[in-house]
Design a protein around this ligand. Structure first.
Ligand code: SF4
Length: 376
């Protein structure tokens, strides 16, 4: 287990934050003031677009210290955009809402290590612009929008501080052409209680084999904590989703993933699960060296990989199929018939090799919409 791992707790990963920096241009925003008051941490106001004045080691060692500083700032780009899936693999037509950058948890395989080199986390407080963009999207077309917030961060890891989830849940409650998915490895669910969500928000957890969660997902909640939180939000009427991603090859992987799936269905009502995705480990080549320099004890990057059509490293096809078939067999035995099981970013050939009927990969977006509407 890595230094500062599980014992530092998944209950509130945001508690690692020691200092808040606030852009001058956001200082008068009531939402920014609310976050600062709730955090009770030292706040330094800095000029707009200025970097927080923190001392840090060179990249990538700076990433660990970066989890202690939170910058509240304005998003000067767009908040809402299609998920950047690649053409070569089947994508689920998700849209991402960019609420901030960086995550207080620290997974060895996290792709953000290769994308973000700032020694601070950013959270966007100009949420009026975020909701304006969503309004425009809902007005502009008649399509059904599946929306997630977890592209550059975890959806709930900072929610104890930001309380963004009630605002999003409240916004979505009357959007009959949309669903919001909040995906996390934390158990920061306090702000989800007593909300009029009208069934338009799904709360989702990423899951893994117990050994991977313990060794490679630092400062996250453990399996029992995640599933306990899932059971609580199901009792609040929320629909659920789970993501086995990344599936990692390791000694005892069959038993590990089987144990997680058993515990999942022992603890959580199957009929509340809208969808479950599977995705084997894949990563851009530079991630390997970055992760190994930060976590030299990790061994899973030493397996054999091939370069996929999207230039990401993946396990050989035979191993991917073997792992997927194992997890699918366990899931198919226990899942509700309306739960949509699917692959994240896999080829049509893999779908067929894993027992999905012809055309199943192409109909994924429709199948997800249907699963959402049928889920109890
Ligand atoms: S929880 Fe997600 S975003 Fe956070 S470190 Fe882990 S993989 Fe990265």
């Amino acid at each position: 287990m890595h230094e500062d791992s599980r014992q530092s707790a998944g209950h509130d990963p945001g508690r690692a934050i020691r200092h808040i920096f606030l852009e001058e241009g956001c200082a008068d925003l009531p939402y920014a003031q609310e976050i600062c008051a709730r955090a009770g941490l030292p706040v330094t106001i800095i000029a707009d677009r200025q970097e927080p004045p923190v001392t840090y080691a060179p990249f990538p060692a700076n990433l660990k210290a970066g989890k202690e500083h939170l910058l509240l700032c304005k998003n000067r780009g767009s908040f809402f955009k299609p998920c950047p899936g690649t053409r070569e693999y089947r994508c689920c037509d998700y849209h991402v809402l960019n609420i901030g950058m960086g995550c207080p948890m620290d997974c060895v395989y996290c792709i953000l290590q290769a994308y973000l080199n700032n020694p601070w986390l950013s959270f966007f407080v100009n949420t009026d612009a975020l909701f304006d963009e969503l309004d425009l999207a809902f007005k502009r077309t008649t399509q059904f929008w599946r929306i997630g917030t977890g592209e550059f961060t975890d959806s709930l890891a900072l929610d104890h501080l930001t309380a963004l989830s009630p605002r999003l849940v409240h916004y979505m409650r009357d959007k009959s052409r949309g669903v919001l998915e909040l995906k996390t490895k934390s158990v920061a669910i306090n702000h989800l209680a007593d909300l009029d969500h009208n069934g338009r928000t799904i709360i989702a957890w990423s899951l893994n084999a117990p050994q991977i969660m313990a060794r490679e997902e630092i400062r996250t909640a453990d399996l029992s904590e995640r599933l306990g939180a899932a059971r609580q939000v199901a009792a609040m009427g929320y629909k659920l989703a789970f993501h086995f991603d990344p599936i990692i090859y390791h000694e005892g992987w069959q038993e590990g993933y089987s144990a997680t799936i058993k515990q999942l269905f022992d603890m959580v009502p199957a009929e509340k699960i809208a969808w479950i995705s599977l995705g084997a480990l894949r990563f851009l080549p530079p991630l390997r060296a970055i992760a190994l320099s930060r976590f030299p004890g990790s061994t899973f990057f030493h397996e054999e990989f091939i370069t996929g059509l999207d230039n990401k490293q993946r396990y050989f096809r035979g191993l991917r199929v073997e792992m997927y078939n194992h997890l699918l067999a366990e899931l198919r035995r226990r899942a509700s018939p309306h739960t949509c099981l699917y692959f994240c970013m896999e080829s049509d050939e893999i779908w067929q090799e894993c027992g999905f009927g012809a055309g199943k990969s192409q109909s994924l977006p429709d199948d997800l919409d249907l699963a959402f509407s049928r889920c109890g």
